[in-house]
Ligand binder design. Structure first.
Ligand code: GLP
Length: 269
């Protein structure tokens, strides 16, 4: 696992966006062989999306031959609701770049048969040859997508009941009223994320510091689902200094030394 530590959220977001753009460009995607991205919502990726839009506007990356699969969506919330993940993705990324609408895949939390919706989503990912690159964030309890503590580490796309903690954390988007936050969501599984050829998790801010410590310094544990990244052959954590505050000094020093070169040189597009 690579751990990249940036001074702050801005520099971290910039690096992640450049990294993704570079991956897309190196793949030279075509309509027949598109680049397949897994994408998250939440505050963690907003800076990355902003930078990706800037790179697109500068002509440095195109999403014409990119297919996306989002991680999750609330159940029973209309797509036009400002807190739906559909709305979020168009607001922060898709409306600002050249991705064809038909290349965007987001779970439908209003489907009549939610189990079937999840099965079809997994099938569609397979039809595309799997996900090349999964970007993610984490909750303060170390969950990825909506794979709450206690989720199976081999789980696939399915319905999950959200923990009170997660609903409380997300109440800030629902007039600070926890009862307005949906109780269930559709989410890709930990196994779905880990099947991607590369996984990059953004960890920003002090409230994620305990989760980062568990992910990096403790063992693989279903109570901190992000810890499964330890078993991925190409797992990257991109974090800021604040998120490292619970790591051992020696751990931080070790990973900083390894990445000195990468920190000094932003990837050239
Ligand atoms: C939700 C999302 C996750 C996200 C997490 C943290 O639970 N399902 O994908 O990582 O929130 O969000 P934030 O980045 O806003 O802290």
């Amino acid at each position: 696992m690579r751990i990249l530590i940036y001074d702050n959220y801005q520099s971290l977001s910039k690096w992640v966006a450049h990294y993704i753009a570079r991956k897309i460009n190196l793949a030279k995607p075509t309509p027949e062989k598109p680049y397949v991205l897994g994408l998250p919502t939440g505050s963690s990726p907003i800076g990355t999306y902003r930078e990706l839009v800037a790179l697109y506007n500068e002509g440095k990356v195109s999403f014409q031959n990119v297919v996306t699969f989002n991680m999750d969506e609330y159940v029973d919330i209309s797509e036009s609701h400002p807190q739906s993940y559909h709305y979020f993705m168009w607001q922060h990324l898709f409306s600002h770049v050249d991705i064809p609408k038909e290349n965007v895949n987001i779970l439908n939390g209003n489907a009549k048969d939610l189990d079937e919706e999840c099965r079809l989503y997994e099938d569609k990912i397979k039809e595309h040859g799997g996900i090349d690159f999964f970007l993610g964030g984490i909750g303060a309890d170390g969950h990825i997508a909506f794979n709450e503590p206690g989720s199976s580490l081999s789980s696939r796309t399915r319905i999950k009941t959200l923990t009170y903690d997660t609903r409380l954390a997300n109440a800030r988007f629902f007039d600070n009223e926890v009862n307005k936050v949906p109780r269930t969501a559709l989410t890709v599984g930990v196994g779905t994320v880990m099947d991607a050829r590369e996984v990059l998790i953004i960890v920003s801010g002090f409230n994620k510091a305990r989760a980062l410590r568990s992910a990096v310094e403790d063992g693989v544990n279903h109570m901190w689902t992000v810890s499964m990244l330890q078993l991925h052959p190409h797992g990257i954590i991109a974090c800021d200094e604040e998120a490292t505050l619970e790591l051992k000094v020696g751990t931080v020093k070790y990973f900083k030394e390894i990445e000195e070169q990468a920190l000094a040189n932003l990837p050239v597009l």
